[in-house]
Write a protein that binds this ligand. Structure first.
Ligand code: ATP
Ligand code: ZN
Length: 300
């Protein structure tokens, strides 16, 4: 078999809000890429894993059509693709495997400040401008609203000013774009963040093993973000109470320190952030010499 068939392709946004985070994440998974001149294709230097740098809108299609095995893209784009496919009576050929906790935004309904609005029924017989026709259509249908959807490929927020629509349905993160255009947010249709999607096409054993390996590393990277390594000293008698207080930890490692006072050192990985309050509670329970360290890598 041609060795190129055993390589994995990951689709990532070429330039945009998700690009830096996505590349950083893959780098943390230990992947190194050679950038080609056209920057569309990046060859994996140290593992048989290559990158395809594309428009975010193309990522669900590329993964669904099995051109790429994995993709990093906003849930908003994935959900839109899913709704469009469903509308055409087709199933999506990709599945969601991880939420990545970046690229947070929401798909919201908005209108110029002062527009009469008393809930979704106010949308009846109105025009709504959006790039998210699939999601909006489904939302209106679910809520028994009949409105006209105007497709806008970009700059949706200016549609009311142009007299093209009374309402818009667009992505919002801080709300500053809405403010700048004199728009008020009325409803949230979808909360979104960047996710990893995987093709549903069967990969064969070798490729599947490689995909699993990448996903396991990704999982490790995501867990490490919040995780802390905590070390402290305590009397053995306080062990049970201290174990209870350690946030999101499994059984801690206990090392005897001095037999006379029966003191022990306790080490634990906490899979949640450790706040000052927790340290104060641990101290009150008898802990001393508390130390909290970041975790560099983790493999469950
Ligand atoms: P492309 O050229 O790849 O099509 P784009 O203009 O569609 O780029 P970006 O603006 O870079 O895309 O946004 C990419 C993704 O970032 C969005 O699909 C969404 O998931 C996320 N995102 C986070 N905050 C925002 C925001 N305030 N506005 C738009 N997208 C946001
Ligand atoms: Zn896009």
């Amino acid at each position: 078999m041609d060795s190129s068939e055993q390589r994995i392709k990951i689709a990532v946004q070429k330039t945009g809000r998700l690009t830096d985070h996505s590349l950083d994440l893959l780098e943390r998974c230990g992947l190194k890429f050679t950038k080609s001149k056209d920057q569309l294709f990046c060859y994996g230097e140290n593992m048989p894993v290559d990158l395809l740098l594309v428009r975010d809108d193309d990522i669900p299609g590329l993964v669904g059509d099995d051109v790429c095995d994995l993709g990093i893209v906003g849930l908003n784009i994935v959900e839109e693709k899913r709704q469009e496919l469903q509308h055409e009576g087709r199933d999506a050929m990709f599945k969601q495997v991880f939420e990545l906790d970046f690229g947070h935004c929401r798909l919201s309904l908005a209108a110029p400040v002062g527009t009469p609005y008393e809930g979704l029924e106010s949308l009846n017989n109105q025009k709504i401008a959006t790039s998210y026709v699939g999601i909006l259509r489904n939302y209106l249908k679910k809520n028994d609203v009949t409105a006209e959807i105007e497709y806008f490929s970009g700059a949706v927020e200016i549609a009311p000013k142009l007299g093209k629509a009374q309402f818009i349905c667009d992505l919002v993160s801080t709300g500053s774009t809405l403010d700048a255009n004199g728009l008020a947010e009325l409803e949230v249709l979808l909360e979104s963040e960047a996710i990893v999607i995987q093709t549903l096409a069967p990969l064969g054993d070798d490729k599947q093993a490689l995909v699993d390996r990448i996903l396991q590393r990704l999982d490790g990277v995501l867990q490490v973000r919040e995780s802390k390594y905590i070390m402290l000293h305590a009397p053995r008698s306080a062990l049970a109470e201290i174990s209870e207080l350690l946030p999101g930890s499994e059984v801690p490692t206990v090392i005897p320190l001095d037999d006379i006072n029966d003191k022990v050192a306790i080490h634990a990985v906490c899979r949640e952030n450790v706040f000052w309050e927790t340290l104060e509670n641990l101290k009150a329970a008898g802990a001393s010499s508390l130390l909290v360290l970041p975790v560099e890598k983790m493999l469950a």
